[in-house]
Design a protein around this ligand. Structure first.
Ligand code: SF4
Length: 180
């Protein structure tokens, strides 16, 4: 007997031989279970991500076992580690090269706020340069916390409208970062 579990169907109407729901919900369900991460790891938090990828924590349970080092084939930018100000344009360039829809997770204190490195050379959080969807606290966060962050992104993905990226709020958000 197979132990593979099916994801829950979205809300909708079912009857003899049919199931009807909205396109938003079907796409949201598919996206949320196939987020391809782009790991931008610069220091210790990256090691926790490696553990999250390993067999014990097994990120593939969430459909995210395929890391992408090519921005065009990634949905979720995971920034893990201290980002020096010199590195900031590179992070932004990678973000810009990702196609919509794209999400961003700041993993750990350094990516979220600069962490303990309150110095002239360290970016005090990646939300100074790009919009962030989910922050994962910790120095470093445990793999369970990274998975919790991933589940939060899944929740966003599942519930956001396909048209959110065309909304005025989203356009204003990007404009506030001088992103077209
Ligand atoms: S948050 Fe802590 S563990 Fe993570 S990169 Fe910064 S110093 Fe390292």
């Amino acid at each position: 007997m197979s132990s593979v579990k099916m994801v829950e169907a979205p809300d909708g109407y079912s009857g003899a031989g049919f199931f009807a729901t909205s396109l938003d919900q079907v796409i949201g369900m598919a996206r949320s279970h196939s987020l391809w991460p782009l790991p931008f790891a610069t220091s210790c938090c990256g090691i926790e991500f490696m553990a999250t990828m390993g067999a014990h924590y097994d990120i593939s349970r969430f459909g995210s076992e395929r890391p992408s080092f090519s921005p065009r084939q990634a949905d979720l930018l995971m920034v893990m580690g201290t980002i020096a100000k010199k590195m900031a344009p590179v992070v932004k360039q990678v973000y810009l090269q990702m196609a919509e829809p794209r999400w961003v997770m700041a993993v750990g204190a350094c990516a979220s706020s600069g962490g303990i490195f309150d110095t002239y050379s360290v970016l005090q959080g990646i939300d100074r340069i790009i919009p962030v969807d989910v922050y994962v606290p910790g120095c470093p966060p445990r793999p369970e916390q990274i998975l919790e962050g991933l589940m939060q992104v899944q929740e966003l993905t599942r519930n956001e409208s396909l048209r959110r990226r065309n909304s005025e709020e989203y356009q204003h958000l990007l404009e506030s970062y001088k992103i077209q």
